[in-house]
Design a binder for this molecule. Structure first.
Ligand code: GTP
Ligand code: MG
Length: 196
């Protein structure tokens, strides 16, 4: 996919603030600090359009980025970050759930996992939840640059096993550092959003 334009459009906490219109949306979900914003930046060839940070909990609102005037990337706040104040935590879940459950424009959720870690309780509940509500999703295992080829193979097998038992088997390997897997992720996005 050739990206000719990518711009931040808006931040939202509730549906009245979502962009108007029927442009398809691709959302990026996963644990805090896993690399959601970095994945977005890599896909659109920009260093920091989506704000990234070594400290978890950077993204706290639902951020919409318009790509080529034909797609929105939706950067979701990460879950599982212990240091966020309870008041913020309590509003987070409902904010993200409402978006995922009710947003008509949503075509695909990219569920991002760190290839070095086993999926957490929260990862599993997200996936079961998406499945329950019939939301289309794809796994991306990121930070593959931190492992050797052999380690990647072992980790991929292990993580696939967790999810294949539940019937989920589409997994893409990725690295924001080397852009490995970028074209494959774009291919899945284009399919889901029905972009030629
Ligand atoms: P929150 O918004 O806090 O939920 O985090 P996030 O999921 O958006 O993560 P973010 O993209 O901010 O990345 C977190 C940290 O991981 C940053 O220091 C990134 O540079 C690093 N990182 C992200 N992806 C990769 C990757 O593929 N490889 C390596 N080596 N580091 C990565
Ligand atoms: Mg982020």
């Amino acid at each position: 996919m050739k990206v000719t334009s990518a711009e931040f459009t808006t931040s939202a906490t509730n549906p009245s603030q979502y962009p108007e219109g029927l442009i398809p949306e691709i959302a990026f979900a996963g644990k805090s600090n896993v690399g959601k914003s970095s994945l977005i930046n890599t896909l659109i060839n920009r260093k920091r359009l989506a704000r990234t940070s070594a400290a978890p909990g950077k993204t706290r609102l639902i951020n919409f980025f318009k790509i080529n005037n034909q797609l929105f990337f939706v950067d979701l706040p990460g879950y599982g970050f212990a240091k966020v104040p309870l008041s913020v935590k309590k509003s987070w879940g409902p904010m993200v759930e409402k978006y995922l459950k009710e947003r008509q424009n949503l075509r695909l959720v990219i569920v991002i996992l760190d290839i070095r870690r086993d999926p957490s309780k929260e990862d599993f509940s997200l996936v079961h939840w998406l499945d329950y509500y019939g939301v289309n999703f794809l796994f991306v295992l990121t930070k593959t640059d931190k492992l050797s080829k052999n380690q990647i193979k072992t980790r991929l097998q292990k993580i696939s096993k967790y999810f294949s038992e539940a019937g989920y088997d589409e997994i893409v390997l990725f690295s924001a550092r080397t852009a490995y897997g970028k074209e494959e992720v774009w291919k899945k996005i284009a399919e889901a959003a029905n972009i030629p």
